[in-house]
Write a protein that binds this ligand. Structure first.
Ligand code: MRU
Length: 364
């Protein structure tokens, strides 16, 4: 996607041909900074401290992290250590394990001297696959938006609510939940998006809003608690969110607060869709509430907010009294029964074992 007229992806090879450049998302929307990752430790830090985030981008960064490790030391021990180190960074997004397994399985049988080059190639392949998947999700989601638009008066926008950032910043390009929106715009369908700010880290306010400002997507930023009210008043035609892990029976784990939006959508008969790239499906898990590990992040993310100070510099301010206790579960699980459909790269599946297996028959 474009930033000030220049095409960007979220991750690319540095001009030196081996460092890995990423958009350092900690500074958005106020500063656009690029960071270069030069070893596996830096890749792990970038994922853990959320310079990069979003399930698909976490996976791609980890794949490049293994390649960086192989450049320094291509031994068997180093390969396993890189896998462990990167896997320990963030526990919920399953794309991390999927990408790490894919690279490790490919590199293990090779002579050590061949591992770095193939690691980079494999990471680039995963990145390219992510883009293709998102385009396909976009086409499949576009069909849903088109149907809603057909029932509207000419020029009346389709109102979509989204949570967190499942946009191009969370992937390599296009995003998952945003891909149908971007394609609808390309087709001339009027859209308007309500963006949940998404406390505590405000990925909606800081990242999705930034994407939409740069892309010219009509949008309104709302506080996390406003969605139910808007739905009650008929102001939301559909919800589209992303996911960090979806179970084999269609339970959806996503950014904390997603579940509450799904409940409000069900109560107000608003369709609730999840944009789901297949690497985000955890075929080994059925019951998302019981089986998915939920990342508990630092209480500082709740106690402090980051923004632009009066001096024009990025600053953190405390919003709670010192001494109060904060908890910060980063994700929640929306049960399959609340999900209208899973928009995958192969089509829209019912959120059920049967629905997912019909689209992915190779999973038995
Ligand atoms: O904690 P984050 O910012 O990594 O969480 C991101 C989300 O919850 C996204 O909605 C999800 O990863 C899907 S991104 C395509």
């Amino acid at each position: 996607m474009k930033v000030d007229g220049r095409a960007y992806r979220t991750i690319w090879l540095n001009v030196d041909g081996w460092g890995v450049d990423v958009i350092d998302q900690r500074w958005l929307p106020h500063e656009f900074r690029v960071a270069t990752l030069r070893n596996v430790g830096e890749a792990a830090t970038a994922i853990r401290d959320m310079w990069v985030r979003g399930a698909p981008l976490i996976g791609v960064t980890a794949a490049y992290g293994v390649a960086l490790a192989m450049r320094e030391d291509p031994s068997d021990g180093s390969l396993e250590a890189a896998w462990e180190r990167l896997y320990a960074t963030r526990p919920t997004a399953i794309n991390l394990r999927w990408a790490l397994d894919a690279v490790r399985d490919r590199l293990r049988p090779l002579e050590p001297s061949a591992r770095a080059a193939l690691g980079y190639a494999q990471a680039a392949e995963i990145a390219a696959e992510d883009i293709a998947i998102n385009r396909a999700i976009g086409r499949n989601g576009l069909a849903i938006i088109r149907k809603i638009a057909e029932k509207k008066a000419p020029g009346e926008p389709v109102n979509i609510l989204t949570h967190c950032n499942a946009g191009w910043l969370a992937t390599v390009d296009y995003g998952t939940a945003t891909a149908p929106i971007y394609l609808a715009m390309e087709e001339g369908i009027p859209v308007h998006v309500y963006i949940d700010e998404t406390r505590p880290r405000n990925q909606g306010a800081s990242l999705t809003a930034w994407e939409f400002v740069h892309h010219g997507t009509p949008h309104t930023l709302i506080v996390d608690n406003a969605g139910g009210h808007l739905m009650q008043h008929g102001l939301v035609d559909m919800v589209i969110v992303g996911t960090d892990r979806t179970t084999a029976r269609g339970d959806v784990c996503n950014k904390i607060g997603t579940y509450l939006k799904a409940l409000a959508a069900r109560d107000n008969v608003v369709p609730f869709y999840v944009a789901l790239p297949s690497p985000t499906i955890d075929w080994t898990v059925d019951d998302g509430v019981k089986e998915i590990p939920i990342e508990e992040r630092s209480a500082d993310e709740v106690d402090f907010v980051q923004g632009l100070g009066a001096d024009g510099k990025v600053a953190r301010v405390r919003i709670s009294p010192a001494g109060s206790r904060a908890a910060n579960p980063a994700f929640d699980v929306t049960p399959a029964r609340l999900v209208t459909g899973l928009i995958t790269e192969r089509g829209v599946a019912a959120a059920s074992s049967e629905g997912l297996r019909a689209l992915f028959p190779e999973r038995g």
